[in-house]
Design a protein around this ligand. Structure first.
Ligand SMILES: Cc1cc2nc3c(=O)[nH]c(=O)nc-3n(C[C@H](O)[C@H](O)[C@H](O)COP(=O)(O)O)c2cc1C
Length: 380
């Protein structure tokens, strides 16, 4: 409710300044423990319902509502974000060396679509700074999303990912290999199997040799892949026994927007996020769930804005969801609101807890696949 009053004031600022202010406020909340405690006990209480706790990627998380990468690139506001009720937070994208990203302005609001276009270009303080911050100790589950520096040529990208991985794997609860941002030239070409396989094998070897031997490794893909290319990634991920997929990053498509074309064109190049991504992200999740059959964790992200979206993704096979853009449009109460909506659906379905729901869902999937694999009855 309060956000309805605050938003117009915040929106007088350009999108990036408003973002920096939000991060500063969240840092403050994180630094002042009694305030975080109070928020958890009052406004955002619904997100801390014990019945929503479950295991994700081998860690106990508060609830399945995660914060997507890009909001807290340097891991500065993690405690504050956890006080809002995010079940897990993904820091990054972080690159080996700090870099400024693209020139400002580089984040644009499309209010008619509740969407954003950004071309930040991995602005961050670098892997060493993030490791230092996370190694001071963090509560809750924190993933780290890793990328390459803009100046690193494509054929040396593997070395960049390996360097960041070695730096941060020991302080992360999971690692996401970002090969899907549209704002680093050439990055998405790393999604092709002949580039992706050696890159991932290099990281898996590092992990096996002792750089954080148990840290789960996931990849984050673009929503603009063709079905064939996406299938190839799924095959590779299963073959390499990756721990999971994050589906998906922002899109370069500009279809079916309510925002007038001229306004969209004015924003220029970049990744589009928010509800215009919803259908494509859902389609990728369904395709992945069908192929993966529970062998990998699926984190669904893109256009999730209300409890119906959350439920739809869970029913489609997501093991957790993430959001970014809807937090900007709907405010800090959103994770708690989504948690409350999820609790209501669990109760209506007769589930004692979210874990109970996941067990029943797995049984349903197994029963369906047994039915599917049964030989057709002989014709009489
Ligand atoms: C301003 C902004 C910055 C982002 N930065 C990153 C990033 O650094 N790394 C990344 O993997 N995704 C990044 N993303 C993509 C989000 O993590 C997410 O995949 C995408 O926005 C779709 O989710 P949403 O519709 O809930 O926003 C960014 C998104 C936005 C809006």
């Amino acid at each position: 409710m309060l956000y309805r009053w605050i938003r117009p004031v915040l929106w007088r600022l350009d999108a990036e300044t408003a973002h920096l202010l939000a991060v500063a406020l969240l840092r403050l909340i994180g630094a002042f423990a009694p305030l975080g405690w109070l928020l958890r006990r009052t406004c955002f209480r619904a997100a801390f319902d014990k019945r929503l706790e479950y295991e994700l990627l081998g860690k106990r998380v508060l609830n399945p509502i995660g914060l997507a990468a890009g909001f807290d690139k340097n891991g500065e506001a993690i405690r504050g974000l956890q006080s809002l009720g995010f079940g897990f937070v993904e820091a990054g994208t972080v690159t080996p060396l700090g870099q400024p990203g693209n020139p400002r302005p580089r984040i644009f609001r499309l209010p008619k679509d509740e969407a954003l276009i950004n071309r930040l270009g991995f602005n961050n303080l670098g892997a060493a700074a993030l490791r230092k911050r996370l190694s001071r100790g963090h509560v809750g589950v924190v993933g780290v999303n890793i990328g390459k520096n803009k100046d690193t040529p494509a054929d040396e990208a593997g070395a960049d990912y390996a360097q960041v991985f070695a730096e941060v794997a020991g302080v992360a609860d999971y690692i996401v290999v970002n090969i899907s941002s549209p704002n680093t030239p050439g990055l998405r070409r790393l999604q092709a199997s002949d580039a992706l396989r050696p890159l991932l094998e290099r990281l898996l070897t590092l992990r096996a040799e002792g750089s954080a031997p148990s840290v789960p490794l996931l990849i984050k893909v673009a929503p603009d892949l063709s079905d064939e290319d996406f299938d190839e990634i799924l095959t590779l991920a299963l073959d390499l026994k990756l721990d999971g997929l994050v589906l998906a990053n922002t899109t370069i498509a500009r279809e079916e927007l309510a925002t007038p074309r001229a306004e969209v064109a004015e924003a220029g190049q970049g990744g589009l996020s928010g509800p215009p991504l919803r259908q494509r992200s859902l389609a990728l999740l369904r395709r992945a769930a069908q192929r993966v059959q529970g062998r990998m964790v699926l984190i669904s992200v893109g256009g999730i804005a209300d409890a119906d979206d959350v439920w739809q993704r869970l029913e489609a096979g997501a093991d957790g969801i993430q959001l970014y853009t809807s937090l900007i449009y709907r405010g800090p109460g959103l994770p708690a609101k989504l948690s409350a909506g999820l609790m209501a659906r669990l109760a209506a379905g007769g589930y004692a807890s979210f874990s109970d729901y996941l067990t029943c869902r797995a049984e349903r999937v197994a029963a369906r696949s047994r039915l599917g694999s049964r030989p057709p009855a002989a014709a009489s």
